[in-house]
Design a protein around this ligand. Structure first.
Ligand code: PLP
Ligand code: TYF
Length: 394
């Protein structure tokens, strides 16, 4: 069966993670895989998570199955966190999944099942797994312009022109905040414009929300998608708890399907549960339960928000520090747009050869398309990283 088998191309991001681990040079700098790091380069368990885990260890009396869709208390806590009450809960169907990736997959699967002919529109560029999952599912896809490499900001005209071709029943994927890989986010007016356009066309938005709280704050980062949720009858949201709760390996994720009314929501709930059943039956529970414990306990929630704010402020400080250091090292303002990006990522105007040179000659690791994770920087590595980038990208 496997004699002539060929494996698919490996994940480009995870390839960088492995190459970095195998590099034995002192002073190597990891701006590759998108995980948060502290000023001393660690990805620690958050204190709020530790406290919730301790409480669970003491209080949990069974590891029995919960439900195919996951714990209703987890659904409610996440729904309130993300939607802030803009959509009545009887219009919302929810499904717990293994991570945000599982949520993206199950949301796409839902669309494929309900409307197999739908075209899924993805921003260019986007997280490579979006395309891998869509191709794996055999779904039709097209891309729309999102990023303008000249300005380092949004390509608003390109986006508008491309989305003008969206048809009724198509699905349009948007990044909720902290766009991966560009760091260039939609402004409130963009959310309003796209909501109008989709309403006119009868198309449905799907928001991938993997970095809530990493941009400008929990409320600010949810504002765009809430605006859209309040303006349209239907919408899908794929949420990850990997980054903002630091629960990466526990695989915390959730799909929210906003439906036109309670009847449709009940039907979608049934289909979502069925999707879990025929994939892996019950979703992982531990991470979801930790999240629910934190969000429903006022003291733990305050601690979590404080820690999340600290993470966001550190990322922001490194981002501004890098923009300054690059200005100094390059003697120009050509990297100035980095300071305006949001979240952990920015895209540098680097060719694959320049990325390779940075890796070989400066032990500086980024993704092949020029994506850097600014959370990988520390006060010590800011200046050497900026010098290497300015030298190779001159
Ligand atoms: N969506 C985007 C844009 C991401 O960057 C990530 C990365 O972590 C995910 C979804 C899903 O992450 P996870 O499956 O680890 O929750
Ligand atoms: O973009 C990133 O770096 C993160 C982590 O297959 C990630 O989203 C990378 C690749 C992957 C899953 C998660």
């Amino acid at each position: 069966m496997f004699k002539d088998h060929r494996a698919p191309a490996p994940d480009p991001i995870l390839g960088v993670m492995q190459a970095f681990a195998e590099d034995m040079r002192d002073g190597k700098i990891d701006l590759g895989v998108g995980v948060y790091r502290t000023a001393d380069g660690r990805t620690p368990v958050m204190q709020a998570v530790k406290a919730a885990e301790r409480a669970l260890l003491e209080s949990q009396e069974t590891k029995g199955y919960v439900a195919l869709s996951g714990d209703p208390a987890f659904h409610a806590a996440m729904r309130d966190l993300v939607l802030g009450g803009v959509v009545p809960s009887d219009r919302v169907a929810a499904l717990a999944t293994p991570g945000g990736t599982g949520a993206v997959r199950q949301a796409f699967e839902l669309v494929r099942r309900v409307r197999p002919e739908a075209i899924v529109w993805t921003p260019s560029p986007t997280w490579p797994n979006h395309l891998a999952i869509l191709d794996g599912l055999g779904m039709k896809r097209r891309s729309y312009r999102h990023y303008d490499a000249e300005t380092g900001g949004l390509d608003r005209e390109g986006m508008r022109a491309d989305l003008a071709e969206v048809a009724a029943g198509d699905l349009v994927l948007l990044h909720g905040c902290c766009h991966n890989p560009t760091g260039a986010d939609l402004a409130p007016d963009d959310w309003r414009d796209i909501a109008l356009l989709l309403a006119e066309r009868g198309a449905v938005p799907m928001v991938d929300l993997a970095y809530l709280g990493f941009g400008d704050g929990l409320e600010q980062d949810a504002a765009g998608l809430r605006l859209m949720a309040g303006a349209l009858p239907e919408m899908l949201i794929a949420i990850s708890g990997s980054k903002n709760f630091g629960l990466y390996r526990e695989r915390v994720g959730l799909v929210l399907a906003l439906c036109d009314g309670p009847g449709a929501a009940a039907a979608v709930r049934g289909t979502l549960a069925w999707l879990n059943r025929q994939s892996y039956a019950f979703p992982p529970d531990h991470g979801a339960r930790v999240v629910t414990t934190i969000l429903t306990d006022p003291a733990l929630r305050a601690l979590w928000e404080e820690e999340l704010t600290g993470m966001r402020e550190r990322i922001d400080g490194m981002r501004r520090g890098l923009a300054d250091a690059l200005r100094e090292a390059s003697g120009s303002d050509r990297f100035g747009h980095l300071a305006g990006h949001r979240g952990m990522f920015s895209l540098l105007p680097a060719t694959p050869e320049q990325v390779e040179t940075l890796r070989r000659e400066h032990a500086l690791y980024m993704i092949g398309d020029g994506r850097i994770n600014v959370a990988g920087l520390t006060p010590e590595t800011l200046a050497p990283a900026a010098r290497a980038i300015a030298t190779v990208l001159r």
